[in-house]
Design a protein around this ligand. Structure first.
Ligand SMILES: Nc1ncnc2c1ncn2[C@@H]1O[C@H](COP(=O)(O)OP(=O)(O)OP(=O)(O)O)[C@@H](O)[C@H]1O
Length: 219
């Protein structure tokens, strides 16, 4: 697997750059962390990569094919975005997971692992899967959403602060699981960056004609 992003540009509503010429590359089992001040565009960058938000310029390839080559629904199953806060949905996590499996793009992928087993490793009690989403804590929602995403075995995971609501021990358990995947991960936690990132990018507020993504570490 090789994800390549070349010179991605995104404009704000006022016509100025949110980010400009962001380029990056990600291969199997690499973790690229994105940090930077609040409002700098980290979430928007993930959403652009997931084809959930339009961008003005730039090219994205997964194994030399563009999102259009795959078709957007297929792309989103391969390059999967997990939001910082799961939207409040009706029903239970198990109902959500069952419904997701019924979608054609997921059925044809045919490479699922059991999300309940995954979440057990992160101390999620089985009965939580049958509770309404709105009765779960932030940390429970975070772990269950992540288990569902990992269980789909996407080529790339786009994770927006995936452990922000977890206690330190559970956070370490989740980080261990992530090392088996290719991830682009937004984090405000420098220690987490040091522990798991193979490459780190820091976004700065755009001020001039240069790009505004600094590569901090490339191991
Ligand atoms: N689709 C969009 N088009 C243009 N601008 C957007 C779009 N979505 C969000 N923005 C703006 O981009 C800016 C950055 O938002 P974003 O959520 O990406 O920041 P962030 O770095 O993830 O912040 P935080 O660390 O607080 O989560 C905000 O000012 C937001 O209003």
């Amino acid at each position: 697997m090789h994800l390549e992003i070349e010179r991605l540009c995104k404009l704000k509503a006022d016509g100025t750059f949110l980010f400009r010429d962001v380029s990056l590359s990600l291969k199997d089992k690499e973790i690229l962390s994105i940090s930077g001040p609040s409002g700098v565009g980290k979430t928007t960058l993930l959403k652009c990569i997931a084809q959930l938000t339009l961008y003005e310029e730039g090219i994205i390839y997964l194994d030399r094919k563009t999102p259009e080559d795959y078709g957007i629904p297929n792309w989103r199953t391969r390059v999967m975005y997990v939001p910082q806060r799961a939207p409040i949905m009706p029903g239970t996590p198990m109902e959500f997971y069952t419904k997701m499996l019924s979608f054609k793009q997921q059925r044809t992928r045919n490479c699922h692992v059991d999300p309940i087993e995954l979440s057990q490793q992160w101390n999620v009690r089985d009965e939580l899967w049958d509770k309404e989403w709105n009765q779960l804590s932030g940390g429970e929602i975070q772990r269950i959403s992540l288990a569902i995403a990992l269980s789909c075995k996407p080529d790339v995971l786009l994770l927006d602060e995936p452990t922000s609501a977890l206690d330190p021990d559970t956070c370490l358990l989740v980080e261990e699981a992530l090392k088996e995947y290719a991830c682009i991960l937004v984090t405000h936690n420098p220690e987490q960056e040091r522990r798991i990132a193979t490459t780190s990018i820091r976004l700065r507020h755009y001020t001039n004609i240069e790009d505004n993504a600094d590569v901090l570490m490339d191991i």
